[in-house]
Design a binder for this molecule. Structure first.
Ligand SMILES: *[C@@H]1O[C@H](CO)[C@@H](O)[C@H](O)[C@H]1NC(C)=O
Ligand SMILES: *[C@@H]1O[C@H](CO)[C@@H](O)[C@H](O)[C@H]1NC(C)=O
Ligand SMILES: *[C@@H]1O[C@H](CO)[C@@H](O)[C@H](O)[C@H]1NC(C)=O
Ligand SMILES: *[C@@H]1O[C@H](CO)[C@@H](O)[C@H](O)[C@H]1NC(C)=O
Ligand SMILES: *[C@@H]1O[C@H](CO)[C@@H](O)[C@H](O)[C@H]1NC(C)=O
Ligand SMILES: *[C@@H]1O[C@H](CO)[C@@H](O)[C@H](O)[C@H]1NC(C)=O
Length: 372
């Protein structure tokens, strides 16, 4: 594992992106970080997050203010990157997706509206972010939704002589969605392979202040549990998804805990709840400010290939350029399709983490002599 910590850092690249690999980021509608602030030379795809279907008509609701934001988003970014609109998200009711996906007429109406909105605002693709299907039937319905979306996309493209929209989905960190410690559900792998361009695997939030012990929020490894990026990504491959269709998620935020006893501050230390930051989360640039302002101790944990810092009773688990480089190397060792970040506005001002991910990705390609 040590070798991950000795990757050449800040390798300078001269080519932008000579490959078709995916280097994506989600942009959450927020006035503080306009789309124009995104450094598009670091990304191939930018996702608009999120639109939500109306709970009575099951079509996408676009109030005037949202329409203006959507139009600005694509007008700003479309010249330099591929844009996708993401539907759903963590705060969107899973019940509503279940209602849409379980009924053929409702699926058709939802699909029609989704394609119409994507085209009306000049997006290149759509993304389904259902967090999460909760039964075998809902997983089956999800597979059916993908299939019908793909069919509609193909026929719309041919009817209008346009390039087909891209179709992606954001999914759980592992192919089996854990309902509890004993039961899990399998994603519709066959439908994913046949109908999606790729999946965005949410390889984060694996530990958080909802647990009373500190842990890496997105550790590459975990010798003591399966809550690791490596386990999750391997599970998708083992589950049968084409590796090129698997895209690794990277969080641009840390998770914070309040330690029970400031003198017990390792991984697995007892904690009494969320630490500083909103709901126990902090943007990476805020973590660095916290480290600087408090003179926090910063620790690399080799076992999990993660980094954490602590000061007094505050504990923060996060990613930095070293851990991101390790993850990118790991993703390449599995021949994955690329990576994506959650979310724009959380990196440092000068995009340290996003830049490191891009440089590491290109470096690995050069070293492996891969032709894309
Ligand atoms: C955007 O990123 C590129 C590639 O790392 C860098 O050369 C450029 O200076 C950055 N631009 C801004 C405005 O940060
Ligand atoms: C449907 O949406 C409306 C408006 O947002 C809301 O007031 C209502 O509670 C929702 N109904 C259900 C069943 O979620
Ligand atoms: C959506 O439905 C309308 C009305 O039936 C139809 O004119 C339109 O072509 C459909 N759009 C798509 C993308 O299927
Ligand atoms: C932490 O939670 C576990 C299970 O939820 C519980 O058994 C344990 O007593 C808790 N520990 C502390 C220190 O609160
Ligand atoms: C991890 O998952 C595997 C199955 O993929 C299982 O056999 C093993 O018991 C799990 N390990 C832990 C620590 O939960
Ligand atoms: C750290 O904080 C000091 C003053 O508190 C400031 O001058 C310096 O720029 C900060 N460094 C970084 C890297 O944020």
């Amino acid at each position: 594992m040590l070798r991950f910590l000795f990757l050449p850092m800040f390798f300078v690249i001269t080519v932008k992106s000579s490959t078709s690999d995916i280097k994506a980021i989600y942009w959450l509608q927020q006035p503080l970080f306009p789309p124009s602030a995104i450094n598009t030379s670091l990304f191939t795809h930018v996702y608009y997050a999120f639109l939500a279907p109306n709970n009575a008509t099951y079509q996408l609701d676009i109030p005037d203010s949202t329409a203006a934001t959507l139009a600005t988003f694509t007008a700003t970014l479309r010249p330099s990157v591929t844009t996708l609109v993401s539907i759903g998200g963590a705060n969107f009711k899973a019940d509503l997706f279940a209602a849409i996906a379980s009924n053929a007429a409702v699926r058709a109406s939802f699909i029609n509206s989704t394609i119409a909105v994507a085209r009306a605002f000049g997006f290149h693709g759509v993304d389904i972010d259902w967090e999460f299907p909760r039964s075998a039937n809902e997983m089956k319905d999800l597979g059916q939704l993908f299939k019908e979306l793909r069919a509609a996309i193909v026929s719309e493209a041919s009817a209008t002589s346009q390039k087909p929209l891209l179709l992606t989905a954001a999914v759980y960190f592992s192919v089996d969605y854990f309902l509890s410690t004993t039961t899990s559900l399998l994603y519709p792998v066959r439908s994913i392979n046949e109908n999606l361009d790729w999946i965005n695997v949410m390889s984060y939030d694996l530990n958080g202040p909802w647990s009373n012990r500190t842990g890496p929020p997105a550790g590459l490894f975990d010798p003591k549990s399966n809550a690791s990026v490596a386990y999750g990504l391997r599970s998708w491959i083992r589950g049968g998804v084409i590796p090129k269709k698997v895209v690794m998620g990277l969080p641009l935020y840390g998770r914070t805990w309040q330690l029970l006893d400031p003198s017990v501050h390792g991984i697995g230390a007892p904690a009494v709840g969320a630490g500083i930051g909103m709901d126990g989360a902090m943007a990476l640039f805020q973590v660095l400010e916290f480290n600087n302002e408090t003179g926090a101790n910063v620790v690399y944990d080799e076992e999990t290939a993660s980094v954490y810092s602590y000061s007094g009773s505050n504990w923060v688990g996060y990613d930095d350029p070293v851990t991101v480089a390790a993850k990118v190397e790991f993703a390449q060792s599995l021949y994955l399709g690329g990576y994506f970040f959650w979310a724009a506005g959380l990196d440092t001002n000068d995009w340290k983490i996003s830049t490191q991910a891009l440089n590491s990705w290109m470096l690995c390609i050069n070293e492996r002599g891969r032709v894309n």
